[in-house]
Design a protein around this ligand. Structure first.
Ligand SMILES: [Zn+2]
Length: 89
């Protein structure tokens, strides 16, 4: 099943039309169950067939801390490079 092309952060309600995969080299599209970090607020959310939901607590414990760290670094460099969302964090 295709995920909605546009998703909305369940925390800060920013709209996304693209994602970057941090755990693999190739650019794969997210599927339901995958975890994402909001580029704007830095909160973690989970993809469902209907969009993003706040990350369930049982998933938080199962996350690879390294993936979360990489996502946080990508987010930090994006904000550094673009100056976007600097005052929203
Ligand atoms: Zn957000």
């Amino acid at each position: 099943m295709m995920l909605p092309k546009e998703t909305v952060c369940p925390y800060c309600h920013i709209k996304f039309d693209d994602q970057t995969c941090v755990s693999q080299e190739e650019d794969i599209k997210p599927k339901a169950g995958d975890v994402t970090m909001c580029i704007k607020c830095g909160e973690l959310a989970q993809f469902t067939d209907d969009g993003l939901i706040p990350l369930p607590e049982e998933i938080v414990d199962a996350l690879n801390p390294r993936d979360v760290q990489i996502a946080a670094q990508i987010r930090a460099s994006f904000i550094d490079m673009t100056g976007k969302y600097k005052n929203d964090a």
